[in-house]
Design a protein around this ligand. Sequence first.
Ligand SMILES: C[S@@+](CC[C@H](N)C(=O)[O-])C[C@H]1O[C@@H](n2cnc3c(N)ncnc32)[C@H](O)[C@@H]1O
Length: 276
Amino acid sequence: MTEEKIRKKVREGYAKVAQQQQSCCGPSSTCCDSVNTADALAQKVGYSEQDIASAPEGANLGLGCGNPVALASLQQGETVLDLGSGPGFDCFLAAQRVGITGHVIGVDMTPEMIAKARENAQKGSYTTVEFRLGEIEHLPVADSSVDAIISNCVINLSLDKPQVFREAFRVLRDGGRLMISDTVLLKPLPEFIQKSVAAYVGCVSGAMRKQDYIDAIKKTGFKDVQILKETPFSLDCRVSDPTAQAIVNDFNLSGEKLKELEGSIASIQLTGIKRS
Ligand SMILES: C[S@@+](CC[C@H](N)C(=O)[O-])C[C@H]1O[C@@H](n2cnc3c(N)ncnc32)[C@H](O)[C@@H]1O
């Protein structure tokens, strides 16, 4: 499949998520045993009940694999950029931290997600947050204009991750911070999963090897690149998710094979600084 076709599949997958409020990277009710599974997942990956309650309804679709806002030490008046902002959950939390003098920009390539995020901003009267349609490999953002970049479970979906890091570096001011939650590979995935488009859209087979990911960020010029937290990635929590279901059903994965697959992936929280 060509890169353009994969990108189209990713866009279609997340358009469906935006419209149906289904999770692609999140867990299912079977595992989390909760009426609101998106909230249960959000708590599991590091958001507080207060974070969840404070965002407009529908902003948290349980798509994240960490809480980059918690790491970003955001200050009043700062400009924050969210790469792959989805329905806007992290943007709204960031807006609360940077206050009325701050500015938050969410960028996402899926028009349905942008529409949903804008609707959510209006619902919550978030006047300092804006959502721009665009690709994170070609950010619609000016050079050296951002204090902090956050991103949650998105860069694994990019077909050109080094280009995403170069763009992040370009738009950050000197001293600007990068705070990423993402999936990475700890060991190679079985070949059938590597080739699965469903697994790509589900934040699995697009993931880069952990060390390559860190090296790519360092090569861009970021300093103090560190993994702050690493947690196992659980497909177990995703058996009612259409993407995870496709992975499990299409490949007839036994419990053992699932465990092996899960052991190949981790969620990381990573930070870096642009410093000249
Ligand atoms: C797993 S969701 C995460 C959404 C959001 N960060 C959250 O935690 O709720 C991935 C999002 O990234 C977007 N996306 C994927 N690849 C992208 C790219 N290359 N450029 C811009 N957005 C992208 C998708 O449209 C989708 O909204």
